[in-house]
Write a protein that binds this ligand. Structure first.
Ligand SMILES: Nc1ncnc2c1ncn2[C@@H]1O[C@H](COP(=O)(O)OP(=O)(O)OP(=O)(O)O)[C@@H](O)[C@H]1O
Ligand SMILES: [Mg+2]
Length: 264
């Protein structure tokens, strides 16, 4: 087992590990954009039934890891397994819900909030893609859970930043995805909405889903996540939130000399 990240702390007795347990298994993943190596030898098992926080500085490769899991960037090396399947099969089966970072979305796209959430139901609709009563019910329920029912008919670009995030979270809920990837769902979101999303993610994990969420809100991490991954082009650490938040670990991940020059 070469190049394994440090793993500290017992993540829990019933954590189904990696793809075999319904989660995500990433092995030796490398992604390059031209000359720039964004991910290098990333190996991580994201278990089902837990919320896993993905932490790292700007440019550390968080969004790239999400895109690689989604099959949206082609890796130079390595593999991704999702609930025991390859990515293509998992995506076809509607297994993975993805809430992209706001910067990656074209907000001018002429669709309503309800349409965005209904996109989560495509995998349930067969070839006709004609929504049935069950699809409408799932969309209404998901909108209610993120408290967006009243804004359902607005064009998506006409929502505030936090409301847009909640619309995408609703899409993942309506999809009934087994695996949820959320790229900074709290950026620009107020505390009340953040608490709503945290509670939802908790419920989804308790229901056996796999939840991987990137965030810069380290204060909220203990409430949000059961375990944490520190990323800096590679996995620096994967273990309990308390261990991840130790100053010397954060110093490594964020390139900060918080130890006042005591680092070796
Ligand atoms: N399409 C692209 N073309 C070239 N370089 C890219 C591209 N996307 C990302 N990068 C580079 O790859 C590295 C990782 O970017 P990524 O978006 O994955 O970081 P991140 O951890 O999500 O950062 P942030 O916290 O700012 O969202 C950065 O150095 C970035 O400049
Ligand atoms: Mg990002």
């Amino acid at each position: 087992m070469n190049a394994r990240a440090e793993r500290v702390g017992d993540p829990g007795p019933d954590s189904g590990s990696g793809a075999a347990g319904g989660g995500i298994s990433v092995r030796n993943l490398a992604v390059r954009y031209g000359e720039h190596l964004a991910l290098d030898g990333v190996t991580v098992e994201v278990p089902a039934g837990r919320v896993t926080g993905l932490i790292g500085m700007n440019g550390s490769g968080k969004s790239t890891l999400f895109k690689a899991i989604m099959g949206m960037v082609r890796p130079d090396a390595g593999s991704v397994r999702i609930a025991g399947d390859g990515q293509a099969a998992a995506r076809r089966g509607g297994l993975v819900g993805y809430v992209p970072q706001s910067e990656d979305v074209d907000w001018a796209f002429p669709v309503s909030v309800r349409d965005v959430v209904m996109m989560g139901r495509y995998g349930h609709q067969g070839r006709t893609r004609r929504p049935r009563a069950a699809d409408h019910a799932a969309v209404d329920a998901a909108l209610a859970r993120v408290e967006l029912s009243e804004l359902a008919d607005r064009q998506i670009g006409q929502l505030s930043g936090g409301q847009k995030k909640r619309a995408f979270v609703a899409r993942g809920i309506a999809q009934e995805a087994r695996i949820l990837l959320l790229d900074e769902p709290f950026a620009g979101v107020d505390k009340r909405s953040e608490a709503t999303i945290v509670r939802l993610l908790r419920e989804l994990a308790d229901d056996g889903r796999t939840v991987l969420v990137s965030t810069h809100d380290l204060h909220a991490l203990p409430q949000l996540a059961d375990e944490a991954v520190l990323l800096l082009r590679r996995v620096l650490f994967h273990g309990t939130v308390a261990e991840a938040l130790r100053p010397e670990r954060l110093a490594l991940a964020f390139g900060l000399d918080v130890l006042g020059g005591a680092s070796s």
